[in-house]
Design a protein around this ligand. Structure first.
Ligand SMILES: N[C@@H](CCOP(=O)(O)O)C(=O)O
Length: 485
């Protein structure tokens, strides 16, 4: 019987963990995070990927476009691109909570004018736990579910370190999948927003707080993953990377597979997302699905900028050092030693080989610019979080430095929903930032609620009189004119 586009894909690949340091390869049927030989990080590669070239780029594009209409649950989200992501999973193991297929919203003409560039935002805050991490978790949990089924495990503890988005996503997916998977998250005490702390608590995860910053938590979970039987859910886990490649596939599909006139901006924290996006773009290019790679910009705050510091050095003498982080409104990216740095280095080299020098760059932005870029975007109808603001600030910086072609459309990664980071907006409006942030609120961005009528006055008035008096106060405040007869 011939296959229809509505069927679950027949192709099965052979995924292998490939160590980026010593090139050792390991089969996919083990939970591995660091190379047992040399401690390097992994990417997962499909050793049958060449066989995907039996279809032309045009045929793949056609297939993925047709699949957009498919109602099959497992193919509605990131696994629309099944053959490119994890073509070893069975349909029954695929976890789908509505992740992926997030919209790209072109900016209003007013915002384009204010920025001096054509801008669009991909709203990854519209994922189920309100950040891009859900893309990675959908893949990682599908894999874990397949492993638990194949091995008949009766218990598996998942663990992650987090600045707040990863933990929210991990806890949500674990709560959905249920036994044998349970969720434990390690958070830097006091350095996760109220909303993000509420997320894993609400999903029923065990929430453990550690003094210090994210990097301290990461060291603890890396130790646990190396020495105990736990499933690490940070992006060090290469299954997360595969899931997050879907971002690149979706951007390409949104623009009809033509990215020649696009520049993508992505914040860099633990560097998993920029890794995934680069890897996804390279994969599509290798298969002829896209014929031109876009310019790719990583963005880092000056308060946590180890990747920027690496790339600002001359290519022949670059050396990498972790940095000590300072408080940042881009709190999700407040990371001094990104676990995926070696992946970035490897993939950026490949990227530049294909797309030319300068096709991958990292820009550095200031805290003040991040805050005000977020406010600017949101005042024009976006739902950008501080990391989305960081991307817009990155575009402004790239323009100032003459690094971007003015004819491109800048596609900014709005990584999480603005409401997760709304406390930073409050601090800006109320001028309550601690001095270490280095942010001085400017009057033009302020917005505060105004009292219409004193509660005591309201208490003294009958309902009708109150409505008239309050309305009168509104009329005066707004300078309203009455309707003509
Ligand atoms: N910002 C991240 C930091 C961890 O990143 P990951 O992608 O490696 O899990 C978070 O939300 O915790």
């Amino acid at each position: 019987m011939s296959m229809s586009i509505h069927d679950f894909p027949a192709y099965r690949g052979v995924l292998e963990y490939v160590c980026l340091q010593c090139q050792a390869r390991y089969p996919q049927d083990e939970l591995l995070y660091t190379c047992p030989d040399c401690g390097g990080v992994f990417l997962l590669e499909d050793s049958r990927q060449e066989s995907l070239k039996e279809l032309s780029g045009a045929q793949w594009r056609e297939r993925f476009d047709a699949r957009a209409a498919v109602k099959r649950r497992a193919l509605r989200g990131i696994f629309r691109f099944y053959e490119l992501i994890a073509p070893v999973l069975d349909e029954q193991d695929i976890v789908y909570l509505g992740e992926g297929q997030t919209p790209i919203i072109p900016s209003s003409p007013a915002l384009n004018t204010a920025v001096g560039h054509t801008v669009a935002m991909k709203n990854d805050g519209q994922n189920p736990s309100a950040s891009f991490k859900d893309r990675g978790m959908a893949c990682a949990f599908s894999y874990l579910q397949s492993m638990a089924r194949a091995n008949d495990w009766d218990q598996l503890l998942t663990i992650c370190a987090s600045t707040g988005d990863t933990s929210a996503a991990a806890a949500l997916y674990a709560a959905y999948v249920g036994a044998p998977l349970t969720s434990v998250v390690l958070l830097p005490a006091g350095k996760v927003t109220e909303q993000q702390l509420a997320q894993p608590l609400g999903s029923g995860a065990v929430v453990l707080e550690v003094p210090g910053v994210f990097d301290d938590c990461m060291r603890v979970v890396e130790y646990l993953a190396d020495n105990y039987r736990v499933a690490l859910l940070n992006s060090k886990n290469p299954w997360r990377i595969l899931g997050q490649e879907s971002y690149a596939y979706e951007v390409a599909q949104w623009y009809d597979w033509n990215l020649s006139d696009k520049a993508l901006f992505v914040p860099i924290g633990n560097a998993g997302n920029i890794t995934a996006i680069m890897s996804g773009l390279l994969k599509m290019h290798d298969l002829g699905i896209i014929t031109a790679l876009p310019q790719l910009f990583g963005v880092q705050t000056a308060h946590a900028d180890p990747v920027f510091q690496y790339y600002r050095q001359p290519p022949e003498s670059r050396s990498y050092s972790p940095v000590e982080v300072k408080p940042s409104v881009a709190q999700a990216a407040m990371i001094g030693n990104p676990v995926s740095f070696p992946r970035v280095r490897t993939l950026a080299e490949r990227y530049e080989q294909v797309a030319g020098d300068g096709s991958f760059q990292v820009v550095q932005v200031q805290e003040q610019a991040i805050m005000e870029s977020m406010l600017l975007a949101n005042r024009h109808g976006h739902i950008a979080c501080t990391q989305g603001g960081e991307c817009l600030a990155g575009l402004l910086r790239a323009k100032e430095e003459g690094r971007i072609d003015h004819k491109t459309t800048a596609v900014l990664d709005a990584t999480a929903h603005s409401l997760k980071f709304i406390g930073f907006q409050d601090r800006y409006f109320q001028n309550t930032f601690a001095p270490e942030y280095g942010i001085t609120p400017q009057a033009q961005w302020q917005n505060r609620p105004e009292t219409v009528i004193d509660p005591e006055v309201k208490n003294r008035l009958a309902a009708d009189a109150f409505a008239r008096e309050a309305a009168q106060a509104v009329v005066e405040r707004l300078g309203l004119e009455g309707k003509e007869d």
